[in-house]
Unconditional design. Structure first.
Length: 443
């Protein structure tokens, strides 16, 4: 195994699960390891405390007259459950079939570490980088970055930059260099429906009271028409229509045909808003999803009961120019209107983040495209992303810099799922990409 891979394995062995307070010590240990690593690669690095998990900032020597590039990544990971579905232990990385298997391999440790090692390699080879570089590594991305915006506001000078690069996104097909110029936004909520003040015998009382589980099912069903269009009033009011040049360009992108989506999802067939391909639906159209639903008896056999309450968790993916605060109000009004009689409704808003969109052909965008071509020896494709990284729009607002999304995670990387993986090849090309990117941005 190469020394680069050995170092990545060390990084992957930290169970830096941000959402689980039992892992707070592991998250911190991982941040401290990153500080030591960046220092050993020739940068000055510091750990910065937040009310939650710490941030790491690392820099090379900054000289006047050259651009400052900020590379953002996150070292926290999602929980591993269900553990029994993993083929190898999530925090004991392994290489099989040319891929690295571990929690965080793609999202985002493998990708961010390729950038760190790329910078270290250039420093070792040339004594310095062609740009002023700032690494900003977060330990709370997977829990919605609750403390990062405040840190940005308090550290505008420390983090002042001309352009930002982020590797926490996708690559459409193996070997196809991919630049993202958009991310969907998000807004979440939980709905609790309450009926009788205790669980009731469904024979003695069924028919005479409303069933909260039925009410939750009705609310869930009220969100879409039969073709998957969202029925919340005003939901599409601010959606920027897809442009024809975009549709034509995306039709030529490899790895994202409807057939590819069917295969990678393992669904019996695709389903969704009529008139759009799967790529268009996920990159440029807003959605409403139920992420969890519950209530009543879930155990073995049957239990004749009317549950006292039932719940569902929702997330809405948003596109330019939808505003999460506006959408959550519309969603709340929708649920209130559609809640059946005989129950009470509580809607608890959750975290949110604005959608992001940038011109892919600006000065820095062009430089990134040249770097992708150099690193992969192939013309890059330009896409938008279905996922969300809420801090990216905050970075633009607070630091005044645009972000280039240079992702290396494949569609079958199983991020957030068991058996997360990252091709060794992508780790190696990520190191090359960083070197080419800083070279191009420094010209
Ligand atoms: N890296 C992902 C987002 C992503 C993945 C974007 C692939 C584009 C392509 C990120 O870590 C993530 O999972 N974000 C969450 C955000 C949420 C917690 C606010 C998401 O998209 O669900
Ligand atoms: Zn993630």
């Amino acid at each position: 195994m190469t020394s680069e891979l050995e170092q990545l394995f060390e990084f992957l062995r930290f169970p830096s699960v941000s959402t689980d307070s039992r892992h707070a010590g592991d998250v911190r240990a991982c941040a401290e390891w990153l500080v030591a690593k960046a220092t050993s690669l020739g940068m000055s690095a510091d750990l910065h405390e937040t009310p939650g998990h710490p941030l790491v900032v690392a820099k090379n020597q900054h000289l006047d007259g050259r651009p400052t590039v900020l590379i953002y990544g996150h070292y926290d990971v999602q929980p591993v459950d269900p553990l029994e579905l993993w083929s190898s232990a999530p925090f004991e990385p392994e290489i099989r079939d040319g891929r690295i298997w571990a929690r965080g391999a793609s999202d985002n440790k493998g990708q961010m570490f390729a950038h760190l090692l790329g910078a270290g390699k250039t420093i070792a080879e040339k004594g310095d980088l062609p740009v002023n570089l700032i690494f900003l590594f977060e330990g709370e991305e997977e829990i919605g970055s609750p403390n990062l915006a405040a840190f940005l506001k308090e550290n505008r000078e420390l983090l002042a930059c001309d352009v930002i690069a982020v590797s926490d996104t996708g690559m459409v097909a193996p070997g196809t260099p991919t630049m993202g110029y958009g991310l969907r936004g998000i807004t979440c909520c939980e709905v609790i429906v309450r009926g009788p003040d205790k669980d009731l015998h469904s024979g003695l009382f069924g028919g005479a009271v409303a069933n909260p589980a039925t009410a939750v099912a009705q609310l869930v069903a009220s969100l879409h028409d039969a073709e998957g269009k969202v029925l919340v009033e005003g939901f599409y009011d601010d959606v920027r229509p897809l442009e024809s040049w975009e549709r034509e360009m995306w039709a030529k992108v490899p790895g994202v045909s409807d057939g590819d989506f069917t295969e990678v999802t393992g669904s019996p067939s695709l389903f969704g808003e009529a008139g759009y391909t799967a790529a268009e639906q996920t990159w440029a159209r807003p959605t409403a999803e139920v992420n969890g639903i519950g209530g009543g008896y879930q155990g073995e056999g049957s239990k004749t009961v009317i549950p006292a309450e039932a719940m569902a968790k929702f997330s809405f993916r948003l596109v330019p120019d939808q505003d999460p605060a506006d959408i959550i109000k519309k969603v709340q009004a929708h649920f209130e209107k559609h809640c059946p009689a005989g129950v009470t409704l509580e809607v608890i808003p959750g975290h949110d983040g604005r959608p992001y969109h940038v011109d892919p052909n600006g000065e820095y965008g062009k430089a990134a495209q040249r770097a992708l071509k150099t690193a992969f020896d192939q013309e890059p494709v330009l896409i938008r992303e279905g996922g969300s990284i809420p801090i990216i729009e905050d970075l633009r607002e607070i630091l005044g810099a645009d972000t280039l999304l240079l992702g290396l995670a494949l569609a079958d990387a199983q991020i957030h799922s068991p058996n997360e993986n990252f091709p060794v090849e992508n780790f190696e090309s990520g190191i090359r990409l960083n070197q080419a990117l800083l070279e191009e941005l420094g010209k």
